[in-house]
Design a protein around this ligand. Structure first.
Ligand code: G3H
Ligand code: 13P
Ligand code: ZN
Length: 332
């Protein structure tokens, strides 16, 4: 495939975004996408709320959507923003890159930021592959996210039964040896819609599951050791209860779905956490609306009639997150 730099496409890397987010005590939303409706919703929601954002692509999404088409979709998003006379900037980011080759290939095809997820490897190996990615990326002025500590749940094609919290005593060494630009940490979040087992939770007066709080003590310890360094939270969907209710009402079966409460994310966003990853909530918003249309209008078969409402709901969700949770609205 022909090489292209993100700068030619009109994208930015994450360096300036994170600096502003750190100073302004908010977090940049990183939304995953696989298809046109998700992309439209992310772009429209972030234009409307005037929020900088990170457009995330997992390796699974890259296979699903086709890597060449993805580049043109990102270019289309830049053009859409320009047409709307908006000043919103975004980075195109590889989520959970699992090899040096994949990261290089994304850099060559127009990504402005990559994650190399070496968290499942032994520490020294994590440093080695992360360092290799950083060398190539920085030669292209692309920013790199590394990860220390393991999140429970599915991390793309790698799944972990149990989480291992990030060890604060490793972060200085990891950051200085790898020269990464941001660091994903594990403080109790996890991927997917079932982030905690019911036995890990308590129940509120209405019987709704309340998850254990995030380990802000570990985050504070990390902040002390690498002051002002951008931290990333994966697995940060709230698993919005209203969507779970709609899904289950219209024939879905999502039991024990529980996520990270918004007040905890808000608190994290005012700290050194500069990037908050959201994928599952977007999936839930779309699924809820599609199920509703299918149940209420069984004779409907025009995809626009169910993907349209799904997209509209996703726009609302994104505006809400940017304004009320991450604090990134009006920062474009
Ligand atoms: O962290 C994983 C993201 O939610 C991407 O998920 O690998 O199913 O695209 P995916
Ligand atoms: P959620 O599954 O909580 O949305 O997390 C997404 C994520 O971390 C993508 O890397
Ligand atoms: Zn993740």
């Amino acid at each position: 495939m022909e090489k292209v730099s993100y700068k030619e496409i009109g994208l930015v890397n994450t360096r300036e975004m994170f600096k502003k987010a750190m100073n302004g005590r908010y977090a940049i939303p990183a939304y995953n996408f696989n298809n046109m409706e998700q992309l439209q919703a992310i772009v429209m929601g972030c234009i409307e709320s005037r929020s900088p954002f990170i457009l995330q692509v997992s390796s699974g999404a890259r296979k699903y959507a086709n890597q060449t088409l993805l580049r043109f979709l990102a270019m289309g998003a830049v053009a859409m923003i320009k047409d709307a006379d908006s000043t919103v900037k975004f980075a195109l980011h590889l989520d959970h890159g699992d090899s040096v080759e994949l990261c290089k290939s994304c850099i060559d095809s127009g990504f402005s930021s990559v994650m190399i997820d070496g968290s499942h490897h032994p520490y020294e190996e994590n440093i080695r592959i992360t360092r290799q990615v950083v060398e190539y990326a920085h030669d292209h002025d692309v920013t790199v996210e590394g990860e220390l500590g393991v999140l429970a749940g599915i991390e793309d094609e790698v799944s972990a039964e149990k989480s291992t919290y990030t060890r604060p005593e490793q972060v200085e060494d990891f950051v200085s040896k790898t020269d990464v630009d941001s660091l994903a940490i594990s403080i109790g979040t996890s991927h997917g819609a079932t982030k905690f087992k019911p036995e890990q939770c308590t129940r509120d007066a209405r019987g709704i599951l309340v998850p254990p709080p995030l380990r802000f003590d570990i985050l504070e310890e990390i902040e002390k050791r690498i002051p002002g360094f951008p931290i990333v939270l994966h697995g940060a969907s709230s698993v919005i209860p209203e969507y779970i209710e709609i899904i289950n009402k219209y024939g879905g079966r999502l039991s024990d779905a529980v996520g990270i409460p918004e007040d905890q994310l808000r608190k994290a966003a005012t700290s050194a956490v500069c990037k908050i990853n959201i994928d599952s909530d977007g999936r839930l918003a779309m699924t809820a609306m599609i199920r509703k249309v299918f149940a209420e209008k069984p004779s409907e078969f025009d995809p626009r009639k169910y993907l349209g409402p799904a997209r509209d709901e996703l726009i609302k969700m994104i505006i809400h997150k940017n304004r009320e949770v991450l604090g990134s609205a009006d920062q474009a």
